[in-house]
Design a protein around this ligand. Structure first.
Ligand SMILES: NC(=O)c1ccc[n+]([C@@H]2O[C@H](COP(=O)([O-])OP(=O)(O)OC[C@H]3O[C@@H](n4cnc5c(N)ncnc54)[C@H](O)[C@@H]3O)[C@@H](O)[C@H]2O)c1
Length: 498
């Protein structure tokens, strides 16, 4: 049985600024707390009106019969006992975190039931007072029942924590705080304000409003583009759960089935709701790199996270995943179509077999092509767009990261590192790709679905000025072209030094 870990910073009780301060925020929690403030006024109103409801002219604070007062503490004890047992623990269901789909609903139902039970104690005083011809039962029920309402029936931090513990009693992470601290959609935004708590399913799932406190999962976040994206999102106030081989919240090897399971389980233990996912971990097809490993990390490792966290993305009530393709798909000739085809059949063994007889450098763009095709093929389906999850990809060009440092050092392929043309005359920075990823994660890109965005300083545009269907050029010719281009770049650099 999995033991839920503490929620990550910002998605736990420490993200709650307190009952009154939270009312000024635009979160689901603030909305709920405002509603409960209104409900709290009901018993006070009933108490204030009771002299008018009863025949005030004939009944005062006469000593009531004992039975009229004895019923109240019994009812209060029963209500307290029942209320503290609500809601029931989330069921552990098979499959991809399916149990989490009902977490927010269970919370809301449990809270309202607690409120109804304890408020029932207060209201019980009214008929008793009428039957006993005395105001005392009403006063007694208010004095006993109202503290119970405050203690167990309104969403204070400790009540939420108590309910969270009950929901997670079977070891299922609820992601409750992440739901409650998520932004509440404004009226007129087209979004269903209940979406992030009610988690209903259907084609027309609303988009989540962009705002602070979203929870994002990024693999490969220990370095390069993943690290830049994590820093950018954290800077925007979001919670980021990182996955990598090292220096990450969840340390896991995405090249193996076991590592992928650990990665998904590790994320689930930290959050039940994922607003955005960037499966960024990848390896280059350099000399000496196992081409089969390239397949397993780049394609199957990335999709294991996307598919494995689908339920958590759906639970956000409007989420986005941005996959990392590459402009090598259109700019590097000769990539291995068999590898890409096997990937797209979800046949890891077949893709690895096809890769084994190829060069890693041909396999890398094949995995990135497969990711781009998968994104386009799947994004429009009910399972994704229909469930409020937008899938898109970015296709970076030459970006200055540890990966491209490795390429520059490669004895055989290093010559190509700076050979590709760029309209900007420079490689990209990881932050520039991160900015595009953050845009695709945000609601600012709410209409973008199944798209591959080139972030390459114009390389693809230069190489394909007219025809979008691809470039047919002999490998020999391309090799000559690259070498000439590399020589020209070096010459330019030498001239610059003088
Ligand atoms: N840098 C570029 O020029 C460029 C261009 C196009 C696409 N991309 C893609 O962008 C992504 C990020 O590239 P980057 O340049 O930031 O690379 P990087 O080498 O700086 O970072 C890659 C990260 O992935 C992690 N990783 C590698 N294998 C892993 C495994 N088995 N399990 C878990 N984590 C693993 C590494 O530890 C590292 O932190 C990659 O998917 C890459 O293919 C990069």
């Amino acid at each position: 049985m999995a033991v839920p870990a503490d929620p990550p910073p910002g998605a736990g009780p420490e993200g709650d600024p307190g009952y009154l301060a939270s009312l000024r925020t635009g979160t689901m929690l603030a909305q709920l707390r405002r509603a409960f403030l209104g409900l709290l006024a009901v018993p006070v109103g009933v108490l204030a009106l009771s002299p008018y409801i009863m025949r005030v002219e004939t009944h005062t604070v006469d000593t009531p019969p004992l039975w009229a007062c004895a019923v109240i503490p019994v009812a209060a004890a029963g209500a307290l006992l029942l209320a503290r047992r609500l809601p029931a623990a989330l069921p552990v269901r098979a499959g991809q975190g399916g149990s989490r789909l009902s977490a927010s609903e269970s919370f809301r139902a449990g809270l309202f039931l607690r409120f109804a039970l304890t408020e029932g104690v207060v209201l019980l005083g009214l008929p008793l007072a009428m039957a006993a011809d005395s105001f005392l039962p009403m006063a007694l029920s208010f004095c006993l029942g109202y503290p119970l309402v405050l203690w167990t029936g309104i969403p204070t931090r400790s009540t939420i924590e108590q309910i969270r513990a009950r929901l997670e009693a079977d070891g299922v992470s609820s992601g409750l705080w992440a739901s409650l601290l998520a932004p509440y959609p404004k009226a007129g935004s087209g979004a269903d304000p209940r979406s992030s708590l009610s988690l209903q399913s259907g084609r027309t799932r609303p988009e989540r409003k962009a705002g602070p406190m979203g929870t994002y999962v990024i693999s490969g976040a220990a370095s390069g583009i993943g690290a830049a994206t994590a820093a950018l999102l954290r800077g925007q106030g979001h919670t980021v759960v990182t996955v990598d081989l090292k220096d990450a919240d969840v340390v896991a090897d995405l090249s193996t089935a076991r590592g992928r399971e650990d990665a998904v389980a590790g994320v689930r233990a930290r959050t039940g709701v994922v607003h955005g996912l960037v499966p960024c971990a990848g390896i280059a097809g350099l000399t000496g790199v196992d081409p089969e490993l390239v397949v397993s990390v780049n394609y199957f490792g990335a999709l294991a996270l996307v598919k494995g966290l689908r339920a958590e993305l759906e639970a956000a009530g409007g989420a986005s995943a941005v996959l990392l393709s590459s402009n090598s798909v259109t700019c590097q000739p000769g990539w291995n179509a068999d590898v890409a085809a096997a990937c797209l059949r979800d046949d890891e063994d077949g893709a690895r077999r096809a890769a084994a007889s190829a060069d890693a450098v041909e396999v890398y763009p094949a995995t990135k092509a497969a990711l781009a095709y998968w994104t386009r093929r799947e994004a429009v389906k009910d399972e994704w767009a229909g469930a409020g999850i937008r899938l898109n990809a970015v296709a970076p060009g030459m970006i200055d990261t540890a990966m491209t440092e490795g390429l520059r050092r490669d004895p055989r392929l290093g010559v190509f590192a700076d050979a590709y043309p760029s309209a900007l005359g420079r490689p990209g920075r990881p932050e520039e790709v991160a900015a595009t990823i953050a845009f695709l994660l945000s609601e600012a890109s709410s209409l973008i679905v199944g798209t591959v965005v080139f972030v390459d300083g114009g390389t693809d545009a230069i190489l394909h000025p007219m025809k979008p269907e691809g470039m047919r050029i002999g490998r020999l010719a391309l090799g000559v072209m690259h070498r000439a281009s590399a020589a020209a770049t070096k010459l330019k650099a030498l001239r610059g030094k003088r």
